[in-house]
Design a protein around this ligand. Sequence first.
Ligand SMILES: Nc1ncnc2c1ncn2[C@@H]1O[C@H](COP(=O)(O)OP(=O)(O)OP(=O)(O)O)[C@@H](O)[C@H]1O
Ligand SMILES: [Mg+2]
Length: 294
Amino acid sequence: MNILSIKNLSKTYENGTQALADVSLEITNGMFGLLGPNGAGKSSLMRTIAALQEPTSGIIEFNGINIMENSMYVRENLGYLPQEFGVYPKISAYRLLDHLAILKGIVNKKERHDQIVTLLQQTNLLQHKDKAVHSFSGGMRQRFGIAQALLGNPKIIIVDEPTAGLDPEERNRFNNLLSEIGESIIVLLSTHIVEDVRDLCTKMAIIANGKLISEGNPNDAVDSLKNKIWMKVIHKSEWQDYQTNFNIISSHLNSGKLNIHVCADQQPDSGFGLISPDLSDVYFSVLAQNQFKK
Ligand SMILES: Nc1ncnc2c1ncn2[C@@H]1O[C@H](COP(=O)(O)OP(=O)(O)OP(=O)(O)O)[C@@H](O)[C@H]1O
Ligand SMILES: [Mg+2]
């Protein structure tokens, strides 16, 4: 069993932006979902865990080893798929993986070859091994990103919003791949797509404005909102009124009308009906409680 232990982590960038404020988390094998709106600090947290930037204060330990003091240990045991990969060189998928494998320290040629073929198979890219990665579709690139993250059999992989921009079928394929991997190592996944966390993760945390505002098991979190989520369909013109008078956690358009969700112990007014909560109600109610209304 692997343990990633994050203790009182804070990060303030040179321009004064505080991206992380006293975040503590303990993560073990399996898929862990990190949810949060744009600018919450997800990528900042992930880059810090990947030892690509130093925290302002706090400690990160992986299996008891301080990652700031042992960058070699991190390089050997951690795979990382950044939110933006930057520009791909114009070489084939196979050659790029071979190059990255060397950087990872896999010096034995046969071992490198075997591992690359296995990973290309696993990510369903073997038939494209001679194509240049820059010519890949978005979904193929993300699967390639997982293949490179898995080079060297890491004990933890960090994937930063990997499904953003994928069509439903590619997203499904990608998520299945992740959940296979998550059976034996730590997979830390950041996203603002609530369904991905619901479908994949047994543990999750919500961050906003650099702070950890909720943590736990997604199903337990949903259960805790039973008999508390009320829905009403209103006309768009009524929105202002409702927003002033009720604690609306979310609203979405449905055939030109607005479905609003309110979190309350009692029926807010006669037009509201109880609905069974889902994980997006958890997400939005936690954000609303912490005043990051959407
Ligand atoms: N290199 C940097 N220098 C200065 N500020 C930064 C830097 N990187 C991020 N920030 C700021 O830190 C905060 C957190 O950003 P971060 O990218 O970690 O959020 P995020 O949760 O990943 O957002 P998104 O969902 O949009 O990817 C934001 O206010 C952002 O502007
Ligand atoms: Mg990000």
